[in-house]
Write a protein that binds this ligand. Structure first.
Ligand code: CA
Length: 496
């Protein structure tokens, strides 16, 4: 049987700090597998500079997976090292891959202060100096006293970093590796966007490169994780990324799926990065997310025929990871651009039921998520408990969404497509129609293999049927402002 790949992001920005995510993963692994999830993306598993107070992107010690008393806690925000191992085992036992979140761009909250030679730069154009060279005191030394050199004796100091922010300024560090230059990137946003946060890691330092390769070997051998989500690749020298990935794939003789987070609205920048990395790295389709966001806020005025215009899934379908929302687009986050709720089922169909792209489904689409939102300046708690239709759509993706795709992007409000199905997946094939306006029907060809069969809309009244004619064509209906997915009525038994 063919099996579509589907990623699930098993956390969100406001997930509980109680340290129970790894246990929660053990509980939910069977459910995720049943829904057809093939890869479970877990958040950064190592000790944060802020202990349990942030989701893990302010990385402190990559070797501390909730094992050592550092930054005021042994466990991480999500649990202990043992619980992490148990979570990974449960995911593997249920036939899924574990996608680890890899934070290589920066480290945060060092252990000791050093005197560091620096020069301040313009935050909006980091190539422009806005002051004379000077020496400042900063926490650039990482000795990890709680770990006491177990697993690695490497000590990080100011020779291992390119830049940092201190006292309201962004500084380039003047050491023998930087020679007064930021690292090479594929584009020139903010002049050079090498520095994002914390202490920016210097990949031209050969000892740093060696240490990060060694760490990857240790991490993969220790945990068995088998795919990679690469944080903040926009801010990382792509030559280093290529070298590091080639090393990891070569060392384990395994073509690890590697997905980069490159946050740009314009697909041109994503394509530049794909060229710079020679196709080694898949990318999240950020432009598609913004098309969904715009479509959801413009409502009936949005031309649905353009929903895939200027997206990565259109330009490089084999390298696109499609998604509706993620932890950075949630309310209150810096990149906030949450797709409006009414549009989510339409967007879900557009990522889950088409041939192109590997979809990534966000935690609150299936499970309950509570987080703070702001209304009139007041903080209120928002609860979400799954998205309508999502479980049904995931099962259709797993069992039925295969074969030749025929597109009917022929109306500004109402679009559709069919999947013909394949022999190896019995009863496979489906017809999808969606609208941001008034409901209606569309005649679409699904293939003569279905002639004479009755189709039902899984998300409508099952009494309505569409009978496929001798030419392999049917008339498929959709209600106002929603999506309909029509499947062979006998296929319903696969879901219940
Ligand atoms: Ca950087």
């Amino acid at each position: 049987m063919a099996n579509n790949l589907t990623i699930f992001q098993f956390f969100h920005w406001y997930y509980s700090t109680d340290g129970n995510l790894w246990k929660h993963g053990v509980d939910k692994a069977p459910h995720l597998a049943q829904l057809g999830i093939t890869h479970v993306w877990l958040p950064p598993a190592y000790k944060s500079g802020k202990g349990t107070d942030e989701p893990g992107y302010a990385a402190y010690d990559l070797y501390d997976l909730g094992e050592f008393d550092q930054k005021g806690t042994v466990r991480t925000r999500y649990g202990t090292k043992e619980e992490y191992h148990e979570c990974i085992k449960a995911i593997h036992d249920n036939g899924m891959h574990v996608m680890a979140d890899i934070v290589l761009n920066h480290k945060s909250f060092g252990d000791e202060k050093e005197s560091v030679p620096v020069q301040p730069v313009n935050p909006e154009n980091r190539k422009e100096y806005i002051g004379e060279p000077r020496t400042i005191e900063a926490f650039t030394k990482f000795t990890f006293p709680g770990r006491n050199k177990k697993y690695s004796e490497f000590i990080w100091d100011w020779h291992c970093f390119t830049g940092m922010d201190e006292d309201g300024n962004i500084y380039l560090i003047l050491n023998e590796h930087t020679n007064g230059q930021w690292e090479e990137l594929v584009e020139e946003e903010k002049g050079n966007f090498d520095f994002l946060m914390g202490k920016d890691i210097e990949f031209r330092n050969p000892y740093v490169k060696e240490e990060l390769k060694k760490w990857a070997e240790w991490y993969i051998e220790t945990t068995g994780i088998d795919s990679l989500r690469l944080d903040a690749v926009k801010h990382i020298n792509h030559h280093f990324m290529n070298e590091w990935l080639d090393h990891v794939r070569g060392r384990f003789q395994k073509n690890f799926l590697a997905i980069g987070e490159y946050w740009r609205h314009d697909v041109v920048h994503l394509l530049n990065y794909i060229e710079g990395t020679g196709g080694r790295v898949q990318l999240f389709d950020v432009p598609l997310h913004f098309n969904f966001y715009n479509a959801s806020s413009q409502g009936v005025d949005y031309d649905m025929r353009k929903i895939f215009d200027n997206t990565l899934v259109q330009a490089k379908p084999q390298l696109a990871i499609t998604f509706v929302d993620n932890h950075d687009t949630q309310p209150l986050q810096s990149l906030e651009s949450t797709v409006e709720y009414w549009f989510k089922p339409l967007a879900d169909a557009l990522i889950l039921l088409r041939e192109q792209g590997i979809p990534c489904v966000f935690y609150p689409s299936i499970y309950e998520a509570k987080y703070a939102d702001r209304v009139n300046g007041e903080e209120v708690y928002v609860e979400m408990n799954g998205t309508e239709f999502i479980e049904g759509m995931l099962k259709i993706r797993k069992h039925l969404a295969y074969g030749l795709q025929r597109d009917y992007f022929d109306h500004g409000n109402t679009i559709g497509w069919t999947r013909e199905g394949i022999d190896e997946n019995p009863l496979s094939g489906c017809a999808v129609i969606l609208t941001n306006s008034k409901g209606g029907e569309k005649q679409m060809e699904i293939g003569k293999r279905h002639s004479g069969r009755s189709f039902i809309n899984l998300f409508g009244n099952h009494d309505e049927k569409a009978v496929i004619d001798e030419n392999g064509t049917g008339k498929f209906y959709v209600n106002d402002k929603t999506v309909a997915v029509w499947i062979d009525e006998e296929a319903l038994k696969l879901f219940t």
